[in-house]
Design a binder for this molecule. Structure first.
Ligand code: F6R
Length: 249
């Protein structure tokens, strides 16, 4: 794992964006794996700023997102479809039919999961997958216990994840109980992975990732230790090396 330690969230976002922009220049039809949540917002902001300054075109880029809540319509204000439109897609020149997210309203969720993995394969696989990390070490919505060879699947979100995401919904009860997520196996098939981590709340997860060489399904992000091309960009607060206190995976 290539570890880049930066001052703050702003620098993390800028460096992450530069890496994505470099890839799009080198490979204009790159397949980008994208994440949602608070951590990538600055990265998307930097991509939009670069686009608006006339820098980079996304006309041939294809994107696939990690996850979506079950039961939320794409137009729902808290869906990840809406998040992506608002954070990125509405502001760059990527064509409508080149960005993909799992459909959390599909009649058969099992079929949708299989379709999503096949669709990623048919695009030629993911060139670069952007990831955040959950406080419990989840990547995508792969909660502790998820097998490392899993494909896209339906998950029941843990109370800790619903609690962490309640800030987007108002209260934890409003956060859907289930989601569709790329599996850890799907993520590991990406040619390269860019993990961005910011803030003191992630310090325990990062400490565990960087200090415990054991790969265990109890800590999903440890699967990344098996991948040959992972870059971690983490800010000072996330790297603060807080002792492991009260971990509860
Ligand atoms: C989002 C995702 C999640 C988040 C993680 C961290 O698509 O898959 O794994 O990356 O929950 O979320 P934030 O960035 O909000 O702390």
């Amino acid at each position: 794992m290539n570890v880049i330690s930066v001052k703050d969230e702003k620098e993390m976002s800028q460096i992450a964006a530069e890496k994505i922009i470099r890839l799009v220049h080198e490979k204009p039809d790159a397949v980008l794996g994208l994440a949602t949540g608070g951590t990538p917002e600055g990265t998307y902001h930097a991509l939009v700023a670069d686009y608006q300054a006339g820098g980079t075109s996304y006309r041939k880029v294809r994107t696939v997102n990690l996850d979506e809540y079950v039961g939320l319509d794409p137009e729902h204000p808290n869906s990840y479809h809406t998040y992506m439109q608002e954070q990125l897609f509405n502001h760059i020149d990527i064509p409508e039919d080149q960005h993909f997210l799992p459909d959390g309203t599909a009649a058969s969720l099992e079929y949708e999961c299989r379709r999503y993995d096949k669709m990623i394969d048919s695009l030629g696989g993911i060139d670069l997958q952007l990831l955040g990390i959950g406080e419990n070490g989840h990547i995508g919505f792969n909660e502790p216990g998820t097998p490392f060879d899993s494909g896209t699947h339906v998950v029941t979100l843990t109370p800790s994840t619903r609690h962490a995401n309640a800030r987007f919904f108002g209260k934890p009860e409003d956060v859907p109980e289930r989601a569709l997520t790329m599996g850890i196996g799907t993520i590991l098939k990406s040619k390269s992975i860019l993990l961005i981590v910011s803030g003191e709340k992630k310090a325990d997860a990062l400490y565990f990732l960087l200090n415990d060489p054991e790969q265990t399904v109890r800590f999903p992000a440890s699967a990344l230790l098996t991948h040959p091309d992972v870059t971690l960009i983490a800010d000072r607060a996330a790297m603060s090396g807080l002792p492991l206190k009260g971990r509860n995976y």
